[in-house]
Unconditional design. Structure first.
Length: 160
């Protein structure tokens, strides 16, 4: 499993565009030379992800930016089109960059994937990390996917 002090692996995501399309974006483009909060959720439109986890980062957006964070990024095991619809449903606008990890390849590479069985298949564990220039400075992984304690926006703001 990736840990504090490790560099994120090179990876190419798909991200939804404002016009309903999608485009490729690399870890270097997202994290290189920047301070970024990376939030991972098992899936878009799921109850915990939609009601508390990601909305918390939207609510704390100004406070987070004031602490020198360049971007808030959310990754989920969904396609870019679903993430675009979720972004719009959440009213996230351009506050959060959504990255599609459609086959859980990024989650697996980090050692942070979880098999949710027949109901959801392989997904990402729920976590939040502070990344500086591609290096993990803080990593908070939830023990239960249905909880947002250590990976919540207030918890991450405290770590900044």
């Amino acid at each position: 499993m990736i840990k504090v002090g490790d560099k994120l692996p090179a990876f190419t995501f798909l991200t939804p565009t404002a016009d309903g399309g999608r485009k490729e974006i690399t870890t270097d483009e997202v994290f290189g030379g920047k301070k970024v909060i990376l939030v991972a959720v098992p899936g878009a439109f799921t109850p915990t992800c939609s009601k508390s986890h990601v909305p918390g980062f939207i609510q704390k957006f100004e406070e987070i930016k004031a602490k020198g964070v360049d971007a808030i990024v959310v990754t989920a095991v969904n396609d870019a089109y679903v993430l675009g619809a979720w972004r719009d449903a959440l009213g996230a606008g351009d506050m959060i960059l959504f990255l599609a990890d459609g086959s859980a390849a990024f989650a697996k590479e980090l050692g942070l994937s979880h098999d949710f069985g027949a109901s959801m298949g392989t997904r990402s564990k729920r976590y939040a990390a502070i990344i500086e220039s591609g290096v993990v400075k803080e990593l908070q992984v939830e023990e239960k996917a249905s909880e947002t304690t250590c990976s919540s926006a207030p918890s991450i703001v405290e770590k900044l």
